[in-house]
Design a protein around this ligand. Structure first.
Ligand code: PLP
Length: 301
């Protein structure tokens, strides 16, 4: 089936907004996507039918748990992992701070962190904050000629002292898709952990955390037709041992060990529905030649 733009436009009520007599056009890419009606419906349905805290024996709590489990499964499909490797949080930035502060607790002889010049501040600031705890933060250079990260420089800054290499899948500023598979391999060769920021990439291409072999990956549902909510992946063995800051009463099981306080349940419901929406588009138009493809130069066109 051809890529039916009119059908897709109809799914987004925000496109009906009239500004100065014209239909609104949304150019704020970094501001995220608009949401389809079915995501709005899922969030409203959560608030009407399920609004409760988790783990209760009464109807709304059971409904709530069912919605949260379904959404977690959908996000696990989206990322290519098991449901208990997926956690939710306020946004990518906050989840990344939680991750950085947890990993920073047990440095041992590894006291270096590698970040990159091409990354969004959300994947720099949380690691730069570890300088206060004595970590040395190194930065892989951006090559403006090629509009790409300098992978030789990235490799040269990795060592047996590197605890974490944190880098983005795709740049929100210039669209460059980095060779994250190779970067993960390079970091693992020196025994470093990898943290991939997939916030910008997640809407533009399939994420497969198993194939990528990253230890951690974080993205944000508002970039892929969902509400404002962060989504965290932790590889089972790493996640189970992640020394997160958590309340004494909080479960230490994954994925709950990083989920502090009461979560944004309606947001989680919406994030799950956003994945269903994408799956539905894939079923309808997945073979269409019109879909976005990377031009082989790592830049989306
Ligand atoms: C590449 C990239 N990383 C991280 C972020 C931060 O995400 P969040 O707003 O969920 O903290 C953004 C937001 O624009 C982004 O584009």
């Amino acid at each position: 089936m051809n890529y039916d733009v009119q059908y897709i436009r109809k799914q987004f009520p925000a496109l009906d907004l009239i500004v100065n007599g014209h239909n609104a056009a949304y150019f704020d890419g970094p501001g995220g996507t608009q949401v389809p009606q079915r995501v709005i419906d899922a969030m409203v349905d959560y608030l009407v039918r399920c609004n409760a805290n988790a783990g209760g024996s009464f109807l709304t709590s059971r409904n709530s748990d069912a919605v949260l489990s379904k959404a977690r499964l959908a996000l696990a499909d989206f990322l290519g992992c098991d449901a208990d490797e997926v956690a939710f949080g306020q946004n990518m930035t906050t989840l990344n701070y939680q991750l950085a502060f947890a990993l920073g607790r047990e440095a041992g002889s590894r006291n270096e962190i590698l970040i990159t010049e091409i990354d969004h501040e959300a994947n720099r600031g949380p690691w730069l904050a570890l300088a206060e705890r004595g970590f040395i933060i190194k930065e892989a250079k951006f090559d403006p000629e090629k509009c790409q990260l300098d992978l030789d420089d990235f490799r040269s800054k990795l060592s047996e002292k590197t605890l974490v290499a944190a880098f983005s899948y795709a740049s929100n500023g210039i669209g460059t898709v980095s060779d994250v598979h190779q970067m993960v391999r390079m970091a693992h060769q020196v025994g470093a952990l990898t943290v991939v920021d997939a916030v910008h990439f997640a809407l533009h291409g399939p994420v497969d955390v198993r194939d990528l072999d990253t230890d951690f990956l974080i993205c944000s549902a508002y970039k892929f037709f969902g509400p404002h909510i962060g989504v965290f992946y932790g590889r089972r063995d790493r996640f189970e041992n992640l020394p997160t800051y958590r309340l004494r009463v909080q479960s230490e099981q994954i994925p709950y060990r990083i989920e502090t306080g009461t979560l944004n349940h309606e947001g989680i419901a919406g994030a799950g529905e956003a994945v269903e929406f994408i799956a539905d588009l894939g079923e309808k138009f997945g073979n269409s030649d019109d879909l976005l493809k990377t031009g082989g130069n790592g830049i989306y066109c």
